[in-house]
Design a protein around this ligand. Structure first.
Ligand SMILES: Nc1ncnc2c1ncn2[C@@H]1O[C@H](COP(=O)(O)OP(=O)(O)OP(=O)(O)O)[C@@H](O)[C@H]1O
Ligand SMILES: [Mg+2]
Length: 411
């Protein structure tokens, strides 16, 4: 039987722990898959940053990218590689570059998702530019910020239209606080969003291909405790809604790896932040959930590489908008959007692939996450993030949480 090697590239920045574990577990699996009469094996390698000829061939079949959102050399190399060599990449670089939080709100509102009421306001101040004054003098209307605040209702959140990492997010209780926050917002373009309060659940649903992890999220805890370790805290119906919302968002924007934050209030899941297409992958945040990430990444990347999954560089928004225009309750529309997303992510093919080719993954992973390789990867990440006197304590903490995952998954 002929042998074909599929090349998986890791396009990395500050990542330490997850690539070590991904590479080591991939090696341990020792995959030689019988696909269409060929033996398919894999080579995983880290992508180097270097000058490139726009027409030079690319050796990779799949790239897992962590740089595109801020490092433009890699982003432009990835775009070239998709266009000239049919590279498959997590995530679609054009969509990542152009679709901010704002776009994701508008699109999902049109699909009927219960995103809280959100306004965009012009910035408080500007960087000088030649046509600025004449443009503003002619067209910028005076507006009453207090009136907009009353319309949205308090509490509300002021946050950057393209935000991330909590930068510039302010919780606002009344008109005076709103005025102060706006005065301090400077040149940033801001949203005002109705605050979902009270809420009785806050979930970060992480999607990787058609795989989902529901994390009970505590935004007020220190970083290492934000991802709670609770399992079975959601009903099957809750899980279904969250998975459907997440898969639809991800298929709509061409994001293989993204997380959707939603709060449940009066029984309704309200998504508030779902343009996170470079989700946290570090063991220092994910700890107990970290093995899920590594396993899911291996499954989805192996599937995409082995089956030559198409990059779907063209998004098909019209199909979703057609459903949005039907006279149906949101739950029914969500079912129909989810069917489109199910096809987009080839869920049936993917499940059959995992069953046939990766039946040993759970067992190999169980052993691997008890190994020194993992302990050392944790240590390296902890040393990069924490002061020296905390290295032992936090290495042990994250290690123990992974051991908890091991004993629970074995049971
Ligand atoms: N509409 C809202 N209702 C209630 N809480 C909110 C709302 N919007 C934001 N928050 C709170 O503010 C936090 C940060 O907001 P948001 O997630 O939108 O910003 P971000 O900068 O994208 O954060 P990150 O990238 O860390 O997820 C949320 O985790 C949540 O605790
Ligand atoms: Mg958030």
């Amino acid at each position: 039987m002929a042998t074909r090697t599929r090349h998986i590239g890791l396009s990395l920045g500050a990542d330490i722990c997850w690539p070590i574990c991904y590479e080591a577990l991939f090696r341990k699996l020792d995959l030689n898959l019988d696909i269409g009469g060929e033996t398919v094996n894999f080579e995983v390698e880290r992508v180097a940053i270097e000058p490139f000829d726009l027409m030079q061939p690319v050796k990779y079949d799949v790239v897992i990218d962590r740089l595109t959102h801020w490092y433009h050399t890699s982003r432009e190399w990835i775009k070239k590689a998709i266009l000239t060599d049919d590279l498959y990449v997590f995530n679609n670089p054009w969509s990542l570059q152009a679709m901010e939080k704002h776009t994701s709100y508008c699109a999902m509102m049109r699909l009927g998702f219960p995103v809280p009421d959100t306004w965009l306001i012009p910035p408080k101040s500007y960087v000088e530019s030649p046509d600025l004054l004449s443009t503003l003098r002619k067209y910028a209307r005076l507006f009453d910020l207090g009136e907009i605040g009353e319309k949205i209702g308090y509490p509300l959140f002021m946050k950057p239209y393209d935000g991330g990492a909590w930068v510039g997010v302010t919780a606002i209780r009344d008109g005076e606080a709103l005025k102060n926050a706006y005065d301090e917002s400077g040149t940033r373009l801001m949203h005002l969003q109705h605050g979902v309060k009270p809420f009785d659940a806050f979930v970060r649903c992480v999607g990787l291909g058609p795989q989902f992890r529901y994390v009970n999220y505590d935004p007020d805890a220190p970083l290492h405790d934000r991802y709670r370790m609770d399992r079975d805290f959601l009903s099957e119906a809750d899980k279904k809604t969250l998975a459907q919302m997440t898969i639809v968002i991800n298929a709509f924007f061409g994001w293989d790896f993204n997380s959707c934050e939603a709060l449940r209030s009066n029984g309704v899941w309200r998504p508030i932040d779902f343009a996170n297409a470079c989700p946290d992958s570090q063991v220092t945040s994910l700890h107990y959930h970290f093995p899920w990430l590594i396993k899911s990444n291996i499954r989805w990347s192996a599937f995409c590489a082995a089956t030559d999954r198409s990059m779907h560089a063209n998004l098909n928004w019209g199909n979703y908008f057609e459903i949005a225009g039907r006279d149906l309750p949101f739950e029914d529309k969500l079912e129909q959007y989810a069917k489109l997303a199910h096809d987009y992510f080839q869920v049936d093919d993917f499940e059959a692939f995992c069953e046939k080719h990766l039946p040993h993954l759970d067992e190999v992973a169980h052993e691997f996450f008890g190994s020194d390789t993992v302990r050392d990867a944790i240590r390296q990440k902890v040393e990069a993030l924490y002061p020296e006197h905390e290295w032992d304590e936090f290495t042990e903490l994250f290690w123990q949480r992974i051991q908890t995952w091991r004993s629970e998954s074995a049971a």
